[in-house]
Design a protein around this ligand. Sequence first.
Ligand SMILES: [Zn+2]
Length: 339
Amino acid sequence: MPYIADQETVAFVQSLPKTETHLHTDGALPMALLRQAFPGKFVEDPPMWADDFRYTSFDHFMELIGHYVAPFFDSPDRFHAAAQQVLSDCKNQGCRYVETSIHLPALQYAGLDLDEVVAAVRSAKPEGMELRFFVGMSHDAYTGRGQELIDQALLHPGIDGFDLHAEEYKPMEPWTERIWAEARANGKFTKAHAGEFMPASFVTWCLDHLKVNRIEHGVRSIEDPELVRRLVAEGVTLDVCPISNVKLAVAGVPDMPSHPIRPLFDAGVRVTVNSDDPFMFGNTLSEDYYALMQDLRFTKREIIQLVRNGWDVALMDEAAKAPHYAELDRIEATLPADD
Ligand SMILES: [Zn+2]
């Protein structure tokens, strides 16, 4: 990190019509916008961008979010400006389908209106990209203004889905199961962050209680072979973010060559590749693919399969997905037998 790839690899990854199904708008804040908003304050590159940087804990990550990112998002206009740049960066990397989330408690702290922020992010979508907009909430968010925001989000036509965010170690509260069920009843897609800082048992809990079939991260599932078999049998998808996991020093991921995405993929679990919070990790989606090719020996055919997995779970009808699958098939057909 940063992953420098040879020209052929760069061109290959760029050519693939990709998806990004785990991307936080706020954690992707473009540096240029931050510097513009606070002249003279963020002159140095953030320490998190250094190759050998490791967060000491998730609280450390939250502390740096509070330092760099949270103060920026104080108006719908800033959400719009950030989303516009973030989504255009995705598009420039060959990404055509994005699921992005914002953190609902951040609106609470900044005193922002949900309608305005939803409109600000949605209107930032570039031509030729499919965007699905998620809101995420903390384990203890259903109180006071937070409760009002969640109740409003449940009925909001501009919100495509719900996600569970923030400190994974905080206990789950009884409201969560009802809200996840209600979100689905209202036509929202549901997923949850799990198996990043908490063990495999929390992934199991989310499958059993929140009834999700998409887990954000979920890499610690590897600790429980029974769970890995269940993920395969039930077709659960893990939206994995390799560089994020290394920099956050997730248990079992001291470095990229140890990343469990390799054994999870080999076991037949449907995994996708994503960038999570590019500002907070100094990564790009393309670099996450380079990392898998360089450090985990993913072949080009396997990379194409990972990209297909993203389209498999994209919230689009099959007819709209067909041209993207066809393009991947065409690229695969050009590969030599041993690639
Ligand atoms: Zn995430």
